[in-house]
Design a protein around this ligand. Structure first.
Ligand code: ARG
Length: 467
């Protein structure tokens, strides 16, 4: 005889002793899996259709059950407070069954025929991740558009590019922004790829070895918009690759966003002076009246750490698990939720923030015109005159040294001075090292020549979307 306390559980029959109350509340997943109610209801409706087709439910019973499940969803608003008041529910599966029983009575107890919570949680999580991928892709699309607009608005304005955080060569501002579009396109392809791979339905896998009813698994799969049923019940009930794929893809996306955030944080300093932070997205200091702080970009940089954390938590959680389901997997839900919430939050502010950026093109251009950023173009000039590049590099190095010592730029040197370093210098040298020429000599696919960047912008726009 089971105890009164255990009687409300989904597994009371075999037990004689009540659960330790502290253990009982500690092991519940309802405090966090309550947010899977829409997925739980959808998966339960799909399962109800499958067992009806197998003859477990009559047509009227199926109708009652489907309507009952809809009511569970429409009548329940799950908040942490509501969850706290439902201590009898162990998890979202248990809660839904209890609610359904209140609405349609004992018929509800037939719903669990031929299924297990192991396949249910695997299904719910797939549905959750699939939606999170779609939301993330939409957010990415918005950010991509904001970057493209910003790139178009920047016209032919220039800035220094950096290697080792030392000024390297001038680039178009648009070229720099398009670097992030290239990252976004890889992020989107990773997410789209993950979505395709995960779109299989675990329902019918049972607890581990497959359903004990001759279910037509394609019924539930189709009802939930999956492409097909999963091919192996042991894998399906313990696989969380889809969650790993999602959190890892989002961690990589977070790394990209964090680099963007870091660059803007840096560029907004007085030392760089490349942009004015939009006031709408900045905060002041309670102590120092003059401050305008880049909280948005700093928070994004910080939150990207959480994304990496979520993917690491999942990887470590799964790596030691023998097949098939283990309760450890319950711990895999929160990192997925956190990653989905964190990236959704970031992408809710990032596109508008990006659109409102205003660059100080004059400061960017001044920085691009000082510090010998045309030295490589200068060496290329000599190599075009037949000087071997290694030699040309050396000659320009000497010219730079001379210019440094006399506090000038390369274009301030006279032809006579230049010719003391090499006979190959001629009058046309000065035309070859203007800002425009320095940009345009990078005339390759993916280079910063003005025509190439215009083409790249058009191609990125034409490609559209993020998939
Ligand atoms: N709350 C559980 C989880 O998230 C549901 C599956 C429970 N299965 C079991 N065999 N105890 O993993």
């Amino acid at each position: 005889m089971s105890t009164e306390q255990n009687a409300s559980k989904m597994w009371s029959g075999r037990f004689r002793e009540p659960l330790d109350p502290t253990f009982e509340s500690w092991q519940r997943s309802f405090p966090f899996d309550y947010r899977l109610l829409p997925q739980e209801v959808a998966a339960s409706k799909a399962h109800a259709r499958a067992i009806a087709a197998a003859g477990i439910l009559t047509e009227p019973e199926l109708t009652t059950m489907l309507e009952g499940l809809d009511q569970v969803l429409s009548q329940t608003t799950l908040t942490p407070a509501v969850v706290a008041e439902a201590p009898e529910a162990e998890d979202i599966h248990h809660f839904t069954e209890l609610q359904l029983t209140k609405i349609i009575g004992n018929l509800a107890l037939k719903l669990h025929t031929g299924r297990s919570r192991n396949e249910q949680i695997a299904t719910n999580m797939r549905l959750f991740v699939r939606e999170a991928i779609d939301t993330t892709l939409q957010g990415l699309k918005n950010w991509r558009e904001a970057l493209l607009d910003l790139a178009a608005r920047s016209e032919e304005n220039v800035m220094p590019s950096y290697t080792h955080l030392q000024r390297a060569e001038p680039v178009l501002v648009a070229h720099w922004l398009l670097a992030y579009v290239a990252m976004i396109d890889r992020d989107a392809s990773r997410l789209t790829d993950a979505r395709k791979r995960m779109n299989l339905c675990p329902l019918g896998s049972g607890a581990v070895a497959g359903a004990t009813l001759a279910l037509d698994r394609t019924i539930a799969s189709r009802a939930l918009g999956f492409d097909a049923p999963t091919p192996n019940s042991m894998d399906a009930t313990s696989d969380r690759d889809f969650a790993l794929d999602f959190t890892q893809a989002v961690a990589t996306l977070g790394i990209h966003i964090s680099r963007f955030a870091e660059e803007l944080t840096l560029y907004s300093t007085a030392e760089f002076g490349f942009l004015d932070l939009p006031e709408r997205f900045s905060t002041g200091s309670s102590a120092m009246p003059q401050k305008k702080n880049p909280d948005l970009t700093e928070l994004i940089r910080g939150k990207s750490g959480r994304l990496i954390g979520a993917s690491t938590t999942l990887a470590v959680l799964i790596k030691g698990l023998p097949l098939a389901y283990n309760k450890d997997l319950q711990e895999g839900q929160e990192p997925v939720f956190d990653a989905a919430d964190t990236i959704a939050g970031i992408l809710s502010v990032l596109p508008d923030f990006t659109s409102s950026l205003r660059f100080r093109y004059d400061c960017m251009q001044a920085a691009a015109e000082t510090g010998y950023l045309n030295a490589m173009a200068a060496a290329t000039y000599l190599s075009n005159k037949g000087v071997p590049f290694r030699k040309a590099h050396e000659i320009i190095g000497n010219a730079v040294r001379h210019a440094l010592e006399t506090h000038r730029e390369l274009n301030d040197l006279t032809l006579d001075e230049l010719q003391t370093f090499s006979e190959a210098f001629a009058k046309d040298f000065f035309k070859a090292i203007t800002l425009e020429a320095t940009l345009d000599c990078h005339d390759v696919i993916g280079g910063t020549a003005r025509t190439r960047v215009a083409e790249a912008l058009t191609a990125a726009r034409a490609k559209g979307g993020t998939a």
